[in-house]
Design a protein around this ligand. Structure first.
Ligand code: SF4
Ligand code: SF4
Length: 321
């Protein structure tokens, strides 16, 4: 198209936010399965799927679109996106802001997609969705089971075109594999949150940090180099040199940082001095709490003694006067 799809459901990627499940063919496909489909300016439905859709943007999508448009993160976010929640969690993210009465993607024209080579990941999948189950839990990559499925919506005439591919060929043509690699750790963060469910709460500060780090690399870079971040975390010089100038490296670093700070995943090292400082701080809090408890106990005991004395009773044997 103008194709668009997007990461959906647990680990299910398809296209439009309002894709009706009845349009998903009940057949598990693999990379060798065949696909009859083609989308080109000659199809009668050309750009139909670029309207009234919900396209979630991954951090890599944001980076690529910003570069393409020559915009700062702030300018891009304000002009082309609106906030959303990711995968039915409380994790904040961005979706493309639709425009006008027709609720059109901001990048669609009658001639097609104006950002085609940098179109979002969601726009690359359609009509092949991907499901990714973590039977052994989110940490267990070995037990990951991936399969593909086909979305066949009545308005999409691409299925009537004669071109045949394998799913693997289609994915390579659409540049999906590179996107999957770039999006993998971000998606893993969202899935971690999803698997924790509502029992585990995430503080507002943690949600703000997640949003900032995954949507606004300019601000995240300032956070790394201009806050006390480097007093707390030990980061080797080579990584620092890279993330100072390389946005993709910074983005991947942000995923490690978030996995570590939000979910306790290994990867980043807190400085020895900081750990000692924290332990001392906790010890001091504990000592203070103990002191307060002792004080309260003493106050209660003297109050009890005073009341007993008033009644002419002895604290050692309160029943006898
Ligand atoms: S980014 Fe391009 S392909 Fe995706 S919905 Fe917009 S116009 Fe269509
Ligand atoms: S063929 Fe399908 S994917 Fe292509 S423009 Fe039409 S609706 Fe969109």
């Amino acid at each position: 198209m103008a194709q668009s799809e997007r990461p959906k459901q647990h680990t299910v990627y398809t296209k439009k936010g309002n894709t009706n499940p009845s349009n998903i063919l009940p057949q598990k496909l693999d990379l060798q399965s065949s696909l009859q489909f083609e989308c080109h300016p000659g199809v009668s439905c050309f750009t139909a799927c670029c309207h009234t859709i919900k396209i979630i943007l991954t951090p890599y999508d944001i980076l690529m679109l910003r570069r393409r448009l020559g915009l700062s993160a702030d300018e891009f976010i304000t002009t082309y996106t609106e906030p959303t929640y990711l995968e039915k969690t409380d994790m904040p993210g961005l979706q493309l802001k639709l425009m006008g009465e027709k609720q059109a993607c901001p990048f669609v024209t009658p001639e097609g997609c104006t950002v085609y080579t940098d179109r979002p990941s969601a726009c690359r999948y359609y009509p092949v969705g991907m499901a990714d189950f973590h039977e052994g839990g989110i940490e267990d990559e070995e037990a990951e089971e991936k399969f593909f499925f086909l979305v066949k919506e009545p308005h999409c005439k691409g299925h009537e075109e004669p071109k045949h591919w394998t799913i693997g060929e289609w994915r390579a043509d659409q540049g999906v594999d590179v996107r999957d690699e770039m999006n993998k750790e971000w998606l893993r963060l969202v899935m971690r949150r999803k698997s924790f469910g509502q029992q585990a709460s995430l503080s507002d500060a943690a949600k703000r940090m997640f949003f900032m780090a995954t949507t606004d690399l300019d601000t995240f870079r300032s956070f790394i180099f201009e806050s006390s971040f480097l007093d707390t975390y030990e980061v080797d010089q080579e990584t620092l040199d890279r993330i100072k100038t390389d946005d993709v490296a910074l983005m991947l670093f942000s995923f490690s940082y978030l996995a570590n700070s939000l979910f306790g995943a290994p990867g980043l090292h807190i400085r020895e001095g900081k750990i000692k400082e924290k332990v001392a701080q906790l010890q001091q809090q504990q000592n203070e709490a103990l002191k307060r408890a002792e004080q309260e106990y003493e106050e209660l005991r003297s109050e009890r003694d005073r009341m007993l004395a008033e009644r002419g009773q002895s604290p050692e044997n309160p029943k006898k006067s």
